[in-house]
Design a protein around this ligand. Structure first.
Ligand SMILES: Nc1ncnc2c1ncn2[C@@H]1O[C@H](COP(=O)(O)OP(=O)(O)O)[C@@H](O)[C@H]1O
Ligand code: SF4
Ligand SMILES: [Mg+2]
Length: 379
């Protein structure tokens, strides 16, 4: 992994100025190295999708005020225009959307849409582009790929559409893939297959990925680092193991503690009281203060600065001690093999294994005969 970041974001602010003014992102600072996977987690409305859409320059300029700096491979992304911007979108940075069904154009076949994307970026003829589209469908393990090439989006299942979306996003070999909750709309078994596929493609291509999810288990399985967002700020950014075993921000610890694990079955699930603030009326102090058990007077007066270096960040006046955090006991931190007979998967955290195994295999059936739905081990 190279030491110079492939993506560097500094002082990024995004304000929507439509019917009401909303401060969607405030002072975002983070780096992403080549080949690194960053998981972005946080409650709904915390600014995860706005972050990705800003990186791809997808916001309507007339109603969006963006300040700060975004550099990809030294290129000033916020200054890109015309053909350079068109090449950047898809050729350098690409996106997988949550609802693949909405992202595809319903009146063109899957093959046409992938081939057209390739031709928009590269000087290849239609035959070559179609062959490349077929190769991509095979690479994302779509069964009967040649037949699916001429299928319309509505003719594919949810999991297949998401695979096709990944094929489309990777068709021009981007250096960075932005995946916005790519598995949220899918069944549990298909979710795991798509996660594995993404991880495999990321490793094959040494691609950098920002993976947005509200499923902490999914983030743990794919990410090297996890950044936690709250009310448009990155409140904590740390190596995955560090964040899972010893979160320092009370909001990160609250998110982890409120995640269902096998050991918490039967017991009341801790929750974070209250709700995120209205982004058009952010408080002067820490935006998490009304929900935080550790808040003191200083927290209400002034928002904590983000201390960090682009790869680690923490924004809290009174961070939790590394010991004594509620999540530490819950998240094991050890690699472990899937206990299902014949399954070749291994997972990073033992607690997650149990949850994922239950959704991946029917563990109530003792027979070892059926093949597990996922074919290869990736870890
Ligand atoms: N185009 C827009 N105009 C106004 N507000 C927006 C726009 N896009 C997103 N927002 C607001 O920005 C906030 C963050 O949204 P988003 O990034 O989509 O959240 P999430 O973390 O769930 O992905 C939300 O309050 C949302 O309503
Ligand atoms: S700054 Fe204060 S209110 Fe905000 S998270 Fe830290 S302790 Fe809680
Ligand atoms: Mg979102």
């Amino acid at each position: 992994m190279s030491s110079a970041p492939l993506l560097s974001v500094r002082g990024l602010n995004v304000q929507f100025t439509g019917e009401r003014t909303a401060q969607a992102l405030t002072d975002l600072n983070f780096d992403l190295a080549a080949g690194e996977v960053l998981g972005l987690i946080g409650e709904s409305g915390s600014g995860k999708s706005v972050t990705l859409r800003t990186l791809l320059r997808l916001h309507t300029p007339a109603t969006t005020r963006i300040t700060g700096q975004v550099h990809v491979d030294g290129q000033d992304v916020l200054a890109l225009k015309g053909a350079a911007l068109q090449h950047y979108r898809g050729g350098v940075v690409s996106m997988v959307f949550q609802e693949a069904g909405l992202a595809f154009d319903p009146v063109y076949t899957i093959g046409q849409q992938i081939a057209q994307t390739i031709q928009a970026h590269e000087a290849v003829n239609g035959k070559t582009a179609r062959k490349r589209a077929l190769d991509m469908l095979e690479r994302v393990q779509i069964p009967q790929a040649a037949r699916r090439l001429d299928a319309y989006p509505h003719e594919l299942s949810g999991g297949m559409k998401q695979r096709a979306m990944i094929a489309l996003a990777l068709s021009c070999s981007p250096r960075i893939l932005l995946a916005d909750e790519p598995t949220t709309a899918l069944d549990a078994t298909v979710q795991i297959q798509i996660l594995l596929l993404l991880r495999e493609l990321q490793r094959e291509n040494a691609m950098s990925v920002i993976f947005v999810t509200h499923d902490i288990g999914a983030a743990v399985e794919v990410a090297d680092r996890i950044a936690v967002m709250y009310a448009g700020r990155m409140v904590e950014d740390a190596h995955v193991q560090q964040l899972m075993t010893a979160p320092r921000h009370p909001y990160s610890a609250g998110l982890l503690a409120s995640t269902v694990t096998s050991s918490s079955r039967g017991a009341p699930l801790p929750t974070i009281r209250g709700a995120p603030p209205d982004l058009s009326r952010l408080p002067a102090g820490c935006a998490f203060a009304p929900r935080c058990d550790h808040a003191r007077e200083a927290c209400l007066r002034e928002a904590p600065p983000v201390e960090g270096n682009g790869r680690r960040a923490l924004a809290c006046w009174y961070p939790l001690e590394s010991s004594g955090v509620p999540a530490a006991a819950v998240w094991g931190g050890a690699w472990s093999r899937c206990p299902y007979p014949l399954c070749v998967l291994s997972f990073q955290f033992s607690v997650i294994t149990e949850i994922q195994v239950e959704s991946c295999h029917d563990v109530t059936k003792p027979s070892p005969s059926p093949q597990p739905p996922v074919r290869r081990a990736l870890w």
